[in-house]
Design a binder for this molecule. Structure first.
Ligand code: WT7
Length: 660
């Protein structure tokens, strides 16, 4: 357990504003406590009630929680439903047919909108197209798409026919895409000719071609290509199909595939503490229940709201709070193709004004970089834009430092919008610890309290709960409906990683360190306790980066560690031993650049180490383990306080301590 490095300096408490609490779904702390008490009194009854009220079941469930094969828990297992039906058909039937579902703003500012009726029709056409290609229930489809209405259509269409999708973020390299296609044994890949971001085109189809040519992808029969830009693509007649041609004559209705609640809606790969990413598998019923409920509880979503989650559909935030949650509650949402700094760093604020966004959800990294940029350029300061429509603002993905919180609260929220700092993970399916905008007094830098039904706490290394005020490991004591079901193809790893025997095998281990406040019980997340880094809200395994580096023919050994970074939260510092002489000066700079480009090729540009340092060796213990704690100190430029008496070559500390 690492020492808690960040301590809160901001002690102000911000009560929920009158405007935010008026008509809130959960109004006041008493209402919150009543729900918490209901869950404590009758855990299964609580979830059963919510599942009946929130979703439409084709076949009602009689079993609520099935723990007979724990930790492979099942929820609502004998119930049947269809996720796409719950998201779309229900809206059309319930008077939302002509309501705008998605306002899509392209990188260049062009705006396209679809109503729920149109969205349903397009999902049906595409679902029929997939069926016409022979895609069956339970088969996997990899989606490697830009932010686009078509991206949501592809996901929802898979859900409609019971195919399990696996979305791969468009920033991943051909190699990463290849590994994910192979691991999932996908039968089809859906991609686009190009992705437009910040005025640049990224050739997704070419990258997909490269990925498929790397081998291990023989299961893939079709590559379906959405024409986004008209950019030039290579074409394989035997395999490639244009989206628009494939859907041209498809009927606009499509009978959903009714699936069991446990049917895998999707797999989403995320980084863990080994080099191999984990295919986190989510269910249909429990997952959708939580996506819809948290939209109501945490975002207090109302019919007139205009919701905007700035995440990419390639990450879990984009699954739960773009593709599924907003549609499940019939929201109007903004979907943005581009980047927050193009054509200027006021783009977010300008868009909030243009579209009248009321609920806004983004990452601390984005906030911190926009703070910096707006300090340098007054033109892009939030106050230059009309942000008066906002009523709730949220963050996700990494701890938000109190300074950034206050800036966000004052400059973006105008001092009137609650900031919901939501803690959750790819594995949890939806938000877990978060303020409720109409109830929870806010403390900057704290994600406050677990949502009703979420039994989160903090334990020590032996699994015993620690008293408030003491740091420990964040765990969830009871299974919840939206939790991951397994790791695709690796149930043992699922058990070992999330329900470790050291903690008794009963509690879900989140992998984060946390501390609860002595007076309020509020949670503060202090960062990962495993070898996972969080760079700009992107989760990266140090082992992944190391494997990428040692795959380079010049590299003998590599170790990657995180270092706190003002903007990106954490930054990667890699320590590298080359097979040849340790480079110095310009040569070192040049090789470091080459290795950074190498990592971009191996994993994706977002994984590039910020700094690479070369040594003749790495510091190791007598048993040959790399002394990571020492490397972390070196990366931070701290004085070395660890015992280094076992080091054979103490001179390497000077080499590795040199920042370039
Ligand atoms: C890890 C999960 C949740 C969707 C996006 C990231 C960190 C997430 C917070 C928060 C402090 C946070 C944790 C967590 N994290 N939200 N509000 N405060 N840390 O999902 O890629 O699965 O990453 O992100 O370390 O374990 P992910």
């Amino acid at each position: 357990m690492p020492a808690i490095e960040s301590v809160l300096h901001e002690r102000r408490v911000f009560p929920p504003s009158a405007a935010a609490s008026a008509n809130a779904a959960i109004f006041g702390m008493d209402a919150y406590r009543a729900l918490v008490a209901e869950a404590e009194r009758d855990y299964e009854g609580f979830w059963a009630r919510l599942a009946r009220e929130t979703l439409e079941w084709r076949k009602p469930f009689s079993s609520v929680l099935d723990a007979s094969d724990a930790p492979f828990y099942k929820w609502f297992a004998d119930g049947e439903l269809n996720v796409s039906y719950n998201c779309l058909d229900r809206q059309v039937q319930n008077g939302n047919a002509e309501k705008t579902a998605i306002i899509f703003e392209a990188d260049d500012g062009a705006v396209t909108t679809v109503t729920y009726r149109e969205l349903l029709q397009r999902v049906c056409e595409f679902a029929n197209a997939l069926r016409s290609r022979g895609v069956k229930k339970g088969e996997r489809i990899v989606i490697y798409m830009p932010m686009s209405i078509e991206g949501i259509v592809a996901m929802q269409a898979c859900a409609r026919i019971g195919a399990t999708h696996s979305v791969v973020f468009g920033g991943f390299s051909a190699k990463s895409l290849n590994e994910r296609i192979a691991d999932a044994s996908a039968v089809a890949v859906i991609t686009a000719d190009e992705q437009m971001r910040g005025g640049r085109a990224i050739p997704l189809k070419n990258i997909a071609d490269e990925a498929l040519a790397m081998g291990g992808c023989d299961t893939v029969k079709d590559v379906i290509v959405y024409r986004r830009s008209g950019g030039k693509v290579a074409w394989n007649e035997a395999r490639d199909l244009w989206w628009h041609e494939l859907t041209e004559n498809q009927p606009g209705t499509c009978e959903p595939e009714w699936v069991g609640a446990e049917h895998p809606l999707y797999i989403l790969y995320t980084s863990g503490s080994t080099g191999k990413p984990k295919g986190v598998q989510h269910s249909s019923g429990g997952y959708l229940l939580w996506a819809a409920l948290t939209m109501k509880w945490v975002f207090d979503l109302k019919p007139k709201d205009v919701f905007w989650c700035t995440a990419d559909i390639g990450w879990v935030t984009g699954h739960t709070y773009i593709a599924y949650g907003p549609t499940a509650v019939g929201a109007t949402q903004i979907m943005f193709e581009g980047t927050p700094t193009y054509p200027h760093a006021g783009r977010f604020w300008e868009m909030i004004g243009r579209h009248g966004v009321t609920v806004f959800y983004t990452a601390p990294t984005a906030i911190r970089s926009l703070i910096k940029l707006s300090a340098a350029e007054p033109r892009v300061q939030p106050k230059r834009f009309d942000l008066s429509s906002l009523r709730i603002i949220g963050t996700v993905g990494e701890p938000i430092n109190p300074e950034a919180w206050i800036w966000y609260y004052e400059n973006v929220g105008g001092g009137r919008c609650p900031v919901v700092d939501t803690w959750w993970q790819t594995e949890t399916g939806g938000q877990m610890i978060s303020p409720l905008p109409g109830a929870t007094p806010l403390v900057p830098g704290s994600c406050t309290l677990p949502l009703p039904g979420i039994m989160a706490t903090v334990v020590d290394d032996a699994g015993a709960e620690v008293p408030p005020g003491e740091g420990g490991m964040l765990v969830v004591k009871k299974p919840w409906p939206a939790m991951l079901r397994t790791i695709w193809g690796d149930p043992e790893r699922f058990k070992r990683t999330y329900f470790p025997a050291e903690l008794g095998g009963q509690v879900y281990l989140a992998g984060d360190g946390a501390v609860r406040d002595k007076d309020t019980g509020y949670f503060t997340i202090v960062g990962r306790i495993d070898d996972v880094l969080n760079v700009s809200g992107h989760r990266l395994g140090t082992m992944e980066i190391e494997s990428a580096l040692v795959a380079n023919p010049d590299v003998a050994e590599a170790a990657a560690v995180g270092r706190p970074d003002e903007t990106t939260g954490e930054a990667v510092v890699a320590f590298v031993v080359l097979k040849r002489k340790r480079p110095e000066g310009d040569e070192a700079t040049q090789i470091a650049d080459e290795l950074r480009a190498w990592v971009a090729k191996e994993i994706g540009p977002f994984a590039k180490p910020k700094e690479i340092r070369f040594g003749e060796n790495l510091p190791k213990t007598r048993s040959g383990k790399i002394m990571r704690r020492l490397l972390r100190s070196l990366a931070k430029g701290e004085a070395i306080t660890q015992d280094v008496s076992t080091l054979e070559n103490a001179a390497i500390l000077d080499q590795l301590g040199e920042s370039r």
